[in-house]
Design a binder for this molecule. Structure first.
Ligand SMILES: NC(=O)c1ccc[n+]([C@@H]2O[C@H](COP(=O)([O-])OP(=O)(O)OC[C@H]3O[C@@H](n4cnc5c(N)ncnc54)[C@H](OP(=O)(O)O)[C@@H]3O)[C@@H](O)[C@H]2O)c1
Length: 246
C-alpha cells in the first residue's frame, strides 16, 4: 500500500489515476488549491468505487449491511495541495503545464528527502494559446526536467502516465489497453512507479530509462490527441510496444 498525493487531483487525469489506485488498495490524497473542492472530489470518487464494487459483486447498494461487509472502503481523502503532498511518499503532479511552476512552488515545503515526484504533465501548446495537437519545447527539455530543476536534489522525479487518457482511466468497467513508459530517477524509484502502472488493469509498465527520455514520451500525447480527432476516438487511443521480452 502506497501513500499517494495527486496534486490537481480534481481534474480529469488525476481523477482517473486516483480511481485506479484506490481500487488497487492504495491510500490516495486528492490535492486541490481549495480544500473543500478536494473533499467533494474525494467523496464522489469513493461513491464511484462503491458503485463499481457493488456491480462487480452483484450487491444491491441499498443493502447497507452487505455493502459494509463485502465492499472495502476506498481510502481517498481530500486536502489542499500542500497538505496532500506532506502526507504522501509519492506526489503526482497533474496540473496543466501553464500552471506547473507555481504549483511546484506551492508544495515545495513538502518536498523532503526520499519523496518521489511523478509528472504526468504534457507541455501542450495550449499553454501559450496554441493547439493541443502540438507541444512546446521547455528550455530544460521536457516538463519533467522543468520539475527536476525546481525540486531539491534529494527528491527524485519520475515521468509517467502521459500517454494514457483520463477517460480510459476513469472507465473502471474496462481495462486500459496501453503501455506506460516510466522514465527518470534511480532504478529503484522507477521500479516503484512501474508497480503503480501495473496496478492499472491492462496497462503494461515499460522502463524508459533516464528522465531526458521524457522529451520523447511527452510529445506522443500530442500525437495521440491529433489521432483521436482524425479517427474520432473520443475516449482516447493508447500505445503498445511489440516484441518486448517478458
Ligand atoms: N486529460 C488527459 O486525458 C491527460 C492525459 C495525459 C496527460 N495529461 C496531463 O495531465 C495533466 C492534468 O490534466 P487534466 O486534464 O487533469 O487537467 P485539468 O483537468 O485541466 O486540470 C487539473 C487540475 O489542475 C488544477 N488547476 C487548474 N488551473 C490551475 C491554476 N491556475 N493553478 C494551479 N492549479 C490549477 C485544477 O485543480 P484545482 O482547481 O482543484 O486546484 C484542476 O482540476 C496535464 O498536464 C495534462 O497534460 C492529461
Amino acid at each position: 500500500m502506497k501513500k499517494i498525493a495527486i496534486i490537481g487531483g480534481t481534474g480529469g487525469q488525476g481523477t482517473g489515476l486516483a480511481l485506479r489506485w484506490a481500487r488497487a488498495g492504495h491510500e490516495i490524497y486528492i490535492g486541490s488549491r481549495e480544500e473543500s473542492k478536494a473533499c467533494a472530489s474525494a467523496d464522489s470518487l469513493k461513491t464511484i468505487c462503491i458503485d463499481v464494487a457493488c456491480s462487480l459483486l452483484e450487491i444491491e447498494k441499498s443493502d447497507i449491511q452487505a455493502v459494509k461487509e463485502k465492499v472495502p472502503e476506498a481510502k481517498i481523502s481530500g486536502f489542499d495541495n500542500l497538505e496532500a503532498a506532506k502526507r504522501a511518499d509519492i506526489i503526482v503532479l497533474s496540473v496543466p503545464y501553464s500552471h506547473l511552476i507555481p504549483t511546484v512552488a506551492s508544495i515545495k515545503e513538502a518536498l523532503t528527502e526520499g519523496k518521489i515526484v511523478v509528472s504526468v504533465v504534457v507541455p501542450l501548446s495550449t499553454a501559450v494559446g496554441g493547439k493541443a495537437t502540438t507541444v512546446i519545447a521547455p528550455w530544460e527539455g521536457s516538463a519533467s526536467e522543468v520539475i527536476q530543476s525546481l525540486v531539491p536534489e534529494n527528491v527524485q522525479v519520475i515521468s509517467a502516465f502521459q500517454n494514457v487518457s483520463a477517460d480510459r482511466l476513469s472507465d473502471l468497467a474496462n481495462t486500459v489497453d496501453c503501455d506506460i513508459i516510466v522514465c527518470g530517477g534511480s532504478k529503484d524509484a522507477r521500479k516503484n512507479i512501474m508497480e503503480l502502472a501495473r496496478d492499472i488493469p491492462g496497462a503494461r509498465a515499460i522502463d524508459g530509462g533516464p528522465l531526458q527520455n521524457s522529451r520523447l514520451v511527452e510529445p506522443i500525447t500530442a500525437l495521440l490527441i491529433g489521432m483521436n480527432i482524425r479517427y474520432k476516438v473520443k475516449e482516447g487511443m493508447g500505445i503498445r510496444f511489440t516484441y518486448l521480452p517478458e
